[in-house]
Design a protein around this ligand. Sequence first.
Ligand SMILES: NC(=O)c1ccc[n+]([C@@H]2O[C@H](COP(=O)([O-])OP(=O)(O)OC[C@H]3O[C@@H](n4cnc5c(N)ncnc54)[C@H](OP(=O)(O)O)[C@@H]3O)[C@@H](O)[C@H]2O)c1
Length: 286
Amino acid sequence: MTRGGTSVRTYLITGGTDGMGRGLGLHFLERGDRVVAVASGEAKGRAFLEAAQRIGAAERARFLRADLSTVAGMEAVAAEAEATLDRIDGLVFATQRFQQRRTLTDDGLEYTFALSYLSRFVIGHALADRLAEAPAPVIFNLGAPGGFPGRIFWDDPHFEREPYKGMKAATQASRAIDLLGTDFPRRHPDSRVRYVLYNPMFVKTGMAAPLPQPKRALTEAMAFLFAQRVPKAVAPMTRLIDTPPNEPVSAFRRRKRLNMASADFNPESAARLHDLTMELLNRVPR
Ligand SMILES: NC(=O)c1ccc[n+]([C@@H]2O[C@H](COP(=O)([O-])OP(=O)(O)OC[C@H]3O[C@@H](n4cnc5c(N)ncnc54)[C@H](OP(=O)(O)O)[C@@H]3O)[C@@H](O)[C@H]2O)c1
């Protein structure tokens, strides 16, 4: 199959059934590409497939149900993609679920660390070689580079002693995502994969859904007034996914390109986080 002389591309989108992941998925389907949307909820998955059907893309759309807060779920998605997709042109990482209270996953890891950071680590590294076979492969990682300050709690990333706050966990995950992208070329030297870290800023999505009232209503009202709408937000993302910068890794806050020499992208911290993550993965029983 071709599209304007280019082969049909395949995108695997984690968090592809809501918000920006869904917006990107429907955009790719509309222009003739294939999309596998990964998420944990059946209802949103069905709604995504119905939306694909309405635009005549039913046979190019797939919903893969998985809980990406668990290492088993992350590894199952990578294995399924490896086994069933003959090519992968782009990985888009867009999962999130804000945790007001400290929550542990089935593996005993802090939930935000697992879902927002570890799932990107496991799936990105596992599929790097398959991705590199595509003509212009890209990993597009949605997070918050250049956004709210935050830090990695190196000695206590799961908030066992450090008092938990949802925002602290979310900003720790953002910093970890920055370092994951920074470190990627070191783990895959000479790879043609281009890694793009992207901060969409404030966008009206399903983001407020997990919040308790009245925080939820307040966030929804703020989003109604001040946040960008998904179609507008995804337009610059699609341009970056189609034509990422030449450098192996780059970071953007909307259209503004960020300086990779800043402390958030420190290569030593990135290598340290890689080692810490590998140790942690080795300890998860499976
Ligand atoms: N919205 C913003 O203003 C904003 C700002 C800065 C950065 N970002 C980043 O942009 C990305 C996309 O955000 P968004 O607001 O578009 O997200 P969203 O609308 O909240 O959608 C999140 C997606 O993640 C999936 N998900 C949640 N828990 C999951 C789990 N355990 N396993 C698998 N999938 C799961 C959801 O589906 P299920 O619930 O069915 O699993 C959904 O498809 C995120 O990485 C976020 O951090 C967003």
